[in-house]
Write a protein that binds this ligand. Structure first.
Ligand SMILES: [Zn+2]
Length: 431
């Protein structure tokens, strides 16, 4: 009965806020098991629409398309055109913000304001057309349906701090409409309250590092939550040790949802562990190991060939679940500043991923790490446990095989590597 009411409340809210949600959702369910050829047809038609629209209404893209001589005749091949267009970065989305937007040249029925943090501290702000917002929600809803979970089911949320009274009031109302409760802090008392409510929930979701903290607390208290159908992690890399903790505390791993505010929902992990790309709504390319994404619903603020800033790899295998949507094999890490060695040498931060992968796979040395660089030619590895002399030698040897003598490695064992106030980054440069 309570769930029935939640569903009604949710549907009424959705109808008002996201009128095209239900259509988007039912379309996505129809193509859930579509053949790759059908998916490509959908992409072709939507990409064509987006490119023509951007050409007509965004002065930024119009210039870009003109530069490479794109001519939008009736039979143009949108995939061929896409390859010719330069990639766009987050700093361009910020600096060219007004010229990218189409909202001055086209009257959208409804727009949502969106704000997300930029790497240099300057936020990226933009307007999302209603369809874009609805398609995002529908993509999440489809992923959740793979686990027998509905958006309106009772859920616990690890996100969002709001300290003003009005802010909290607004948050409480939004939470009520979405049948949601949330964790506001890491104080034991708050976690206990959250867990009490989570015992009656269908799913929990949010930052994976927060899920990890709660999982550890549960295990330390000797509690296991067996009632959840889905534990969904967003926005951060899900480390192996997070998964171990989640398995102990919830009897299941954290399911990964991959995307960002500007790029949209890019992939959702299926029950067979594959991160299927949300191909009806985005086109993913890999250029020099980096993800480049085109958001097919982004008409108000077109996102075309966007360098999201992650290193990824794609998989060619067909998933046992039967879906033919392409699969992201792994998100390898953030594209950040390079590691700077002696004599002007430099290494992508992705090198760290390989070093610690070799240590784990070839030598059985599994380490949770964070690397920091404060001085050229020197690199600090912060590790969250004690290490043996033998491990110390191995870390140095494997590092040397990648950096040769360009970097001196300093190892600092037994430190807390995760600052709870920030997202965990595996490499931080202070140069
Ligand atoms: Zn699958």
């Amino acid at each position: 009965m309570i769930n029935f009411i939640s569903r009604i409340v949710f549907m009424l809210g959705v109808k008002k806020r996201n009128p095209s949600f239900l259509d988007s959702y039912s379309n996505l369910l129809k193509t859930d098991y579509a053949e790759q050829s059908e998916i490509i047809q959908i992409q072709r038609s939507r990409l064509k629409d987006l490119l023509v629209f951007a050409n007509n209404h965004s002065s930024f893209y119009k210039d870009r398309f003109d530069q490479v001589g794109l001519n939008f005749n009736r039979d143009f091949d949108p995939f061929e055109y896409l390859r010719l267009i330069d990639t766009v970065t987050k700093s361009e989305l910020i600096s060219e913000n007004e010229r990218i937007h189409t909202i001055k040249n086209y009257q959208f029925k409804k727009l949502f304001f969106s704000e997300t943090s930029g790497s240099s501290g300057e936020p990226l702000t933009f307007w999302k057309n209603e369809e874009w917002d609805s398609i995002n929600r529908a993509s999440i809803a489809r992923g959740m349906s793979w686990y027998g979970v509905n958006l309106w089911d009772r859920n616990g949320y690890f996100w969002g701090y709001s300290f003003s009274f009005l802010g909290r009031l607004k948050t409480s109302l939004l939470d009520f409409l979405q049948n949601r409760f949330r964790l506001f802090s890491y104080y034991d008392n708050d976690i206990d309250k959250f867990v009490k409510k989570a015992k009656k929930a269908k799913y929990i979701h949010g930052y994976s590092s927060m899920i990890y903290e709660v999982a550890k607390k549960l295990t330390a208290d000797g509690t296991m939550l067996k009632n959840l159908k889905l534990v969904k992690g967003t926005s951060e890399k899900i480390y192996d040790h997070y998964q171990d903790a989640a398995t102990k505390a919830f009897g299941q791993k954290i399911v990964s949802e991959y995307g960002s505010a500007e790029a949209g929902i890019i992939a959702f992990e299926c029950p067979h562990g594959s991160m299927h790309i949300n191909e009806e709504n985005c086109i993913v390319e890999v250029v020099e190991s980096k993800i480049v994404v085109t958001n097919l619903a982004s008409f108000s603020f077109p996102i075309i060939r966007y360098e999201l800033g992650d290193y990824i790899s794609l998989s060619d295998t067909k998933c046992k679940c039967g879906r033919s949507h392409k699969i992201i094999n792994e998100v390898l890490g953030r594209v950040g500043k390079s590691i700077v060695g002696k004599n002007g040498s430099s290494y992508p931060s992705l090198t760290l991923y390989y070093i610690f992968k070799v240590l784990a796979l070839d030598y059985g040395v599994v380490l949770n790490y964070k690397a920091e660089q404060h001085v050229v030619g020197k690199l600090k590895f912060l590790l969250d446990r004690e290490i043996t002399d033998k491990e110390l030698v191995l870390i140095n040897e494997v590092s040397k095989s990648y950096f040769s003598d360009a970097l001196e490695i300093e190892i600092i064992p037994n430190v807390l590597i995760h600052d709870k106030k920030k997202k965990l980054k595996d490499f931080e440069s202070y140069i």
